[in-house]
Design a protein around this ligand. Structure first.
Ligand code: NDP
Length: 249
């Protein structure tokens, strides 16, 4: 049993078929939540939910591309029909398309902004409406330390993540009167498929800059998400909390 119970809570995690999203979904499910698994690949989302259920957890899987405004509305409506409410939303779906600014093509710029920033808007709008009706909700947006510091080869990604931070502050102000908090989690280097693409040499250089001398694991991010969704964080909104082993200090 962990620090908090999420029994009877419905938790939607976008991009939860793999990586950080899967780890976050797993952590909430372990504490009794009904977790809604979402990825572009519907059969994978259903399979992940089936795996959770086979371990005695509560889960359901949905295919949804967060960049598609109408598909997001339809999926959220379908979820509300079945599960009646969404108590906690974790906007986690995200991609990278790295290149130096002068080599970055228009499509790589557009795709990253579309998935990371517009996707966060699309899902927050659809779920926020239901949370406002319920006068209750927790929204956690997965940003990145790159949104705070910038990075060579990641102008598109940095802009999308800085956008998520500013978006979250605005949403926090708009939703506060309905008892809904909106916060960001800014991970440093977490071991997932996304970071596995980075060359060994670059990984070694990053590792040397991390005071805690290790890369982050998905459970490091999941723990912070659970804290922000718990009663312990009732009075925290509009904040960005870094989880990076000290990389950016
Ligand atoms: P992964 O690449 O491992 O997983 C990404 C997830 O997002 C997958 O489940 C994927 O599902 C889903 N996804 C991608 N595009 C869409 C879309 N259009 N609609 C719905 N789902 C989508 O990434 P990570 O777990 O590493 O990253 C998760 C989040 O954490 C991202 O926002 C990332 O920017 C952020 N982050 C990661 C860090 C790291 O070091 N790993 C550091 C800082 C932030 P599918 O394949 O089915 O589409």
């Amino acid at each position: 049993m962990g620090l908090w119970s999420f029994k009877d809570e419905v938790v939607l995690v976008t991009g939860s078929t793999r990586g950080i999203g899967l780890g976050v979904a797993h952590a909430f499910a372990q504490e009794g939540a009904m977790v809604l698994i979402v990825g572009t690949n519907e059969s994978m989302a259903r399979q992940v939910a089936a795996d959770f259920k086979s371990k005695g957890r509560l889960a359901d899987g949905f295919g949804c591309d967060v960049t598609d405004f109408h598909q997001v509305q339809e999926t959220v409506n379908k979820i509300l029909d079945i599960h009646k409410r969404i108590d906690i939303l974790v906007n986690n779906a995200g991609i990278t398309r790295d290149n130096l600014l002068l080599r970055l093509d228009e499509n790589d710029w557009d795709q990253v902004i579309k998935v990371n920033l517009k996707g966060t808007f699309n899902v927050t709008k659809a779920v926020g409406r239901a949370m406002i009706r319920a006068k209750k909700g927790r929204i956690i947006n997965i940003a990145s330390v790159i949104g705070l510091t910038g990075n060579i080869g990641q102008a598109n990604y940095a802009a999308s993540k800085a956008g998520i931070i500013a978006f979250s502050k605005s949403a926090a102000k708009e939703f506060a009167h309905r008892n809904i908090t909106v916060n960001c989690v800014a991970p440093g280097y977490i071991r997932t498929d996304m970071t596995a693409k980075i060359s060994e040499a670059v990984q070694q250089k990053v590792l040397e800059r991390i005071p805690l001398s290790r890369f982050g694991e998905v459970h490091d991010v999941a723990g912070l998400c659970m804290f922000l969704a718990s009663p312990a964080a009732d009075y925290i909104t509009g904040q960005t909390i870094v989880v990076d082993g000290g990389l950016t200090i």
